[in-house]
Design a protein around this ligand. Structure first.
Ligand code: ADE
Length: 222
């Protein structure tokens, strides 16, 4: 998979060289390129935003600059992801769908967001355009949201996780069930014991207990 991200803060993406995503790049499973939006400006101030038509607080990111940055990245196989708190909510199902893509382009808006015509333009050109939010809160920009999505998506790529069984075990997250509680050694820590059933060696009973626990957690949080 190839990932491009366009941002005015390329340094935000430094963590992508760490851990599983860093290793996936080293082994060639994943290629990541970060592009500085300001490098596509032609004025002395390198300005990327302007006041909104119709008035109101804040600034809006200019469409021409985004066009310059995105045009060379867009290919028939590209999924363009525009991060915005007004977008469709990101979830595990979307992560699976996007993990099938060959090429993701993340457009990270700041301020009051990117001029609405940018997404409109690429959709009209026949590209797959997704306006995505990672949750019902407003971040300072799309950079952190992109990192969240990139981590959730790339760990689903074949070969990225050390133990692919983890993906099978967590599949129920998609069906609305949260994970069951996990324990490791020691069996007693600060007077708290691991549930007896987990020490029983009875795999059928353990599976049933875990299912019940996961369901209970899901009910408690809904
Ligand atoms: N930009 C600002 N807030 C955001 C959010 N919640 N999700 C995605 N992008 C954002």
């Amino acid at each position: 998979m190839k990932i491009d991200a366009v941002t005015i803060f390329p340094e935000y993406f430094a963590p992508l060289s760490l851990s599983l995503i860093g290793k996936a790049q080293e082994s060639g499973l994943l290629e990541v390129a970060i592009h500085d939006l300001r490098s596509f400006t032609s004025d002395n101030h390198h300005s990327v935003d302007d006041t909104p038509y119709g008035g109101g607080a804040g600034m809006v990111m200019k469409p021409e600059i985004w066009g310059q940055a995105l045009d060379p990245l867009m290919k028939p196989e590209t999924d363009l992801i525009i991060l915005t708190p007004a977008g469709r909510r990101f979830n595990q199902k979307m992560a699976h769908t996007l993990s099938q893509s060959e090429h993701l382009v993340f457009a990270c808006g700041r301020y009051e967001g990117i001029d609405a015509r940018v997404g409109q333009h690429y959709a009209a050109q026949g590209f797959r355009v997704h306006e995505v939010s990672i949750g019902d809160y407003v971040l300072g920009g799309g950079e952190v949201a992109s990192l969240v999505m990139i981590e959730a998506i790339t760990r689903l790529l074949p070969g990225v996780l050390g133990n692919p069984d983890s993906l099978i075990e967590e599949s129920h997250v998609e069906e609305g069930f949260l994970e069951y509680p996990n324990y490791t050694k020691p069996a007693i820590w600060r007077d708290l014991s691991v549930p007896d059933i987990l020490l029983s060696g009875n795999h059928g009973a353990i599976a049933t207990w875990r299912g019940e626990q996961a369901q209970r957690r899901a009910q408690e949080q809904s």
